[in-house]
Design a protein around this ligand. Structure first.
Ligand code: GDP
Ligand code: MG
Length: 425
């Protein structure tokens, strides 16, 4: 038996879905352990092109069991919509291939409303939320104001529990945001409708996983977002509201004592960032437009243009350390082929003029300037490369340079969105 976590090293959108889809060929179980429908994990394979939000990216492989762990934000409505969408493209989803933890807490419709209300209230101070209700959901989970999926099997218990929660949510909606309140019938109807649709998939995934471990099954953990968006280790408050780092994978999955065997950190060959917050190496103007167009950098969930920049060594090294990644998958190297010379942000210059490779405390980031070095470009299409030796020397030098700077071995190089567009090094 072995297990592996596939995690983002940067701001998310590094290509985790693409890597999970590839690597699940060696795994029996894929688990999403945190986050929710705010994820956008793109997978391109023989079944088509998909942007997955809550479904684990192992859903396309026959024989793989996909699990939504206790750590996820379970939005039954968006999960059901996504399941219908994926099924319409010929992918089979059944309680044998998808299991939802009875301990996963429900993201309720008022969480979306509260998310949007708070972003509106914040005006130009907003966090850049995807408005999927994630921050209000996790806030409520931690202050014990939501319900667990397994409560759907105990309607009387659920109703009693929900009435106290409803009272609380209405206090917030009415007194803080002057927004319309919810009533019991309306929320119960919603729970019956969408909870009812996913009811058959809910089970004791912890027990299932304990058995799987005894049977030596191989388990893959799929993270959402990246280290720089982790609630504890990221650029707070411009983080998500859950722990995206690998260390949380066992806890959010239902195997709290499990030790990780392997951690694959996914790094894009350049930087992108969706939403607000410091982004030291950000490019603007024509240079940014060219890179954004070349990489088609628009959010898989929201369609928002992603902010772009060169690869950021201080941030990436920090991400590697936070994830404790022992192997790196470098994605989208093919996108850099148009550049004569490739910018790399090697250090940050602090306000006092000193230069550092260390990643500063969040409060300092907006005062940092990127220190850029240039490496020769290769100016050749590399999307057909499948072996290390197929890559032009300048591309190999770029990979080796990044590897030496971030302090982790680059074991995979992705040169296209398709499953097989990969070089194993
Ligand atoms: P995730 O959220 O980490 O799963 O990443 P996203 O799916 O949001 O963003 C990655 C985007 O890049 C998707 O559109 C992928 O199809 C695409 N992609 C992934 N790897 C490669 C690659 O090596 N080359 C190219 N051209 N596209 C890639
Ligand atoms: Mg994404």
């Amino acid at each position: 038996m072995s297990n592996c976590a596939i995690v983002g090293i940067n701001w998310g959108d590094e290509g985790k879905g693409r890597m999970v889809d590839l690597i699940t060929r060696d795994y029996d179980i894929v688990i999403r352990y945190q986050g929710g429908g705010n994820a956008g994990h793109t997978v391109v394979n023989e079944k088509g092109k998909f942007a997955l939000h809550l479904l684990p990216s192992g859903i396309f492989r026959d024989g793989v069991v996909n699990i939504l762990g206790n750590g996820v934000a379970l939005d039954c409505e968006s999960l059901w919509t996504e399941m219908e969408d994926v099924r319409s493209k010929g992918v089979k989803i059944s309680p044998e291939t998808l299991k939802i933890s009875e301990r996963a807490s429900l993201l309720l419709p008022w969480h979306r409303e509260l998310d949007a209300l708070e972003e509106t209230r914040l005006k130009d101070q907003k966090y850049g939320s995807t408005k999927q209700g994630i921050a209000p959901f996790y806030s409520d989970k931690f202050r014990k104001k939501t319900i667990m999926a397994g409560e759907l099997f105990y309607p009387e218990y659920l109703k009693a529990h929900l009435s106290g929660i409803l009272e609380w949510e209405n206090l917030i909606l009415k007194n803080i945001y002057r927004a319309p309140e919810w009533d019991m019938d309306k929320i119960l109807n919603w729970i019956q409708e969408y909870g009812g649709k996913i009811r058959d998939f809910i089970c004791d995934t912890g027990a299932f996983l304990q058995d799987a471990v005894k049977e030596n099954k191989n388990i893959l953990f799929e993270a959402q977002l990246g280290a720089l968006r982790d609630l504890d280790y990221g650029i707070y408050p411009y983080t998500t509201s859950s722990n995206a780092i690998a260390a949380y994978a066992p806890v959010g999955s239902g195997l709290p004592g499990m030790k990780l065997d392997k951690i694959i950190g996914v790094v894009k060959a350049y930087s992108t960032c969706v939403g607000e917050g410091p982004f030291v190496c950000e490019l603007f103007g024509k240079e940014a437009d060219q890179l954004r167009e070349a990489g088609r950098e628009y959010g898989a969930k929201t369609g928002r243009p992603r902010r772009v920049g060169p690869i950021d060594i201080p941030a990436t090294r920090y991400g590697v350390q936070s994830q404790n990644a022992d192997c790196i998958a470098l994605t989208k190297l093919d996108i850099l082929s148009y550049l004569d010379q490739i910018p790399v942000c090697v250090k940050y210059q602090l306000p006092d003029g000193t230069r550092t490779e260390a990643f500063p405390f969040p409060a300092l980031l907006n005062q940092c300037q990127p220190v850029i070095e240039y490496l020769p470009g290769w100016k050749r299409d590399i999307s057909g490369a499948r072996n290390w030796d197929d890559l032009p020397e300048a591309a190999r030098n770029y990979v080796d340079y990044i590897q030496s700077k971030i302090g982790a071995y680059i074991g995979y190089i992705s040169v296209g969105p398709e499953r097989d567009a990969i070089i194993l090094k």
